[in-house]
Design a binder for this molecule. Structure first.
Ligand code: A2P
Length: 335
């Protein structure tokens, strides 16, 4: 069956990449509908060379959709998720609204694709910082059980959305011209030539929501509710690709050669074996794979390693993962 697909948030940063990835992968569709807010209704976008007029997201514009990708805001997801579910449609949601709902699978197909079996109409994709981390941890725990994980992130501005990319570009351009930097409107401080040790609002225990999302989502995806986990999330003046420094402690010895093998065997991961070699966000942009580099022992603990991990936040961190979920649903006959 070829589904009628609707994309809510088609005019946004993830929506744009979604259309490109769907075209590249030739995702089967009977019809494609591009939806956004009323502000964008009438805008013309293109899919595989064909013009498609953006419509406002309404009951009428969603009525004939079988499969809906949503990348807008939590409010938009909460408005439409239950409505779509009640009508027997499937929503793959890029937002955080339903990720921790026990009736909603949170899926990275290469890690926990089997969780799609119990979906009830809404499937969440993880936060774009969680995905590369959960993939690397899933590979490594084949060698030895995980005991404790800490991470520091270096997150691109496109994770905040298209307006944040425009803000960074405008600030960089002003600096390049030697002009005063326009005051920030998306971030609390200037992001060009700066870093911001806060992603999302502060919450429990003085961690930010992003840091807690990383912890809670990683536990849910790996089915390891007791995993010891702490993260610090930092926004950096990079357009695309999130990077992370991760420290992992195992419960017993995890020989480096076996870790290499497990990472190389894991779908979707590229291991750069020489710990003196690495890739940077600019090299990973446009790639669907997660990179693990600079993997080396952490001798401050009994059985530890540390590494540098990256993924394109708009592709595997969002659009590609969503499309892989849809492909998996079709394969499993779950749409
Ligand atoms: P619009 O362009 O009409 O504002 P980003 O994450 O890059 O900021 O993109 C957010 C996306 O979510 C955009 O496509 C935006 O559409 C869309 N959006 C925002 N508010 C709504 C809404 N109330 N209903 C549907 N889509 C929305």
């Amino acid at each position: 069956m070829e589904p009628t697909v609707a994309v809510i948030g088609a005019t946004g940063a993830v929506g744009d990449v979604f259309l490109r990835v769907a075209a590249e992968r030739e995702f089967p569709m009977k019809k494609l509908k591009l939806l956004a807010s009323s502000r964008s209704a009438g805008t013309v976008l293109h899919y595989r060379g064909q013009p498609i007029t953006v419509e406002e997201t309404t009951e009428a514009s969603l009525e004939d959709a079988d499969l809906v990708f949503c990348s807008a805001s939590s409010e938009v997801s909460k408005r439409w998720g239950p409505w779509l579910r009640e009508r027997g449609k499937v929503m793959i949601d890029d937002g955080s609204a339903f990720r921790m709902d026990p009736t909603v699978p949170l899926v990275i197909p290469e890690v926990n694709g089997d969780d799609l079996e119990w979906h009830q109409g809404i499937i969440s994709i993880p936060n774009c910082t969680t995905t590369p981390l959960a993939m690397a941890l899933n590979a490594m725990r084949q060698v030895a059980p995980l005991y404790r994980v800490t991470a520091a992130t270096y997150q691109a501005v496109s994770g905040t959305g298209a307006a944040a990319v425009r803000e960074l570009n405008a600030q960089v351009a002003a600096i390049g011209r030697g002009e005063p930097v326009p005051p920030p409107t998306v971030y609390p401080v200037q992001i060009a030539m700066n870093v911001l040790p806060q992603v999302d609002d502060f919450d429990e225990d003085d961690y930010t929501k992003e840091e807690l999302k990383m912890r809670n989502e990683t536990r849910k995806i790996l089915h390891e509710q007791d995993l010891r986990f702490a993260a610090t999330c930092v926004r950096v003046p990079v357009a695309i690709t999130h990077a992370e420094v991760v420290h992992v402690e195992f419960t017993r010895e995890a020989p480096m050669a076996q870790l290499h093998q497990a990472l190389k065997n894991h779908p979707g991961i590229v291991l750069i074996e020489d710990p003196k070699q690495y890739v940077t966000p600019l090299q990973v942009e446009g790639d669907d794979r997660t990179y693990v580099c600079r993997l080396r022992p952490d001798r401050t603990v009994d059985h530890g390693v540390t590494f540098w991990c990256l993924t394109d936040n708009l592709r595997k961190g969002a659009a590609t993962n969503a499309i892989q979920i849809a492909e998996e649903l079709l394969k499993r006959g779950k749409i």
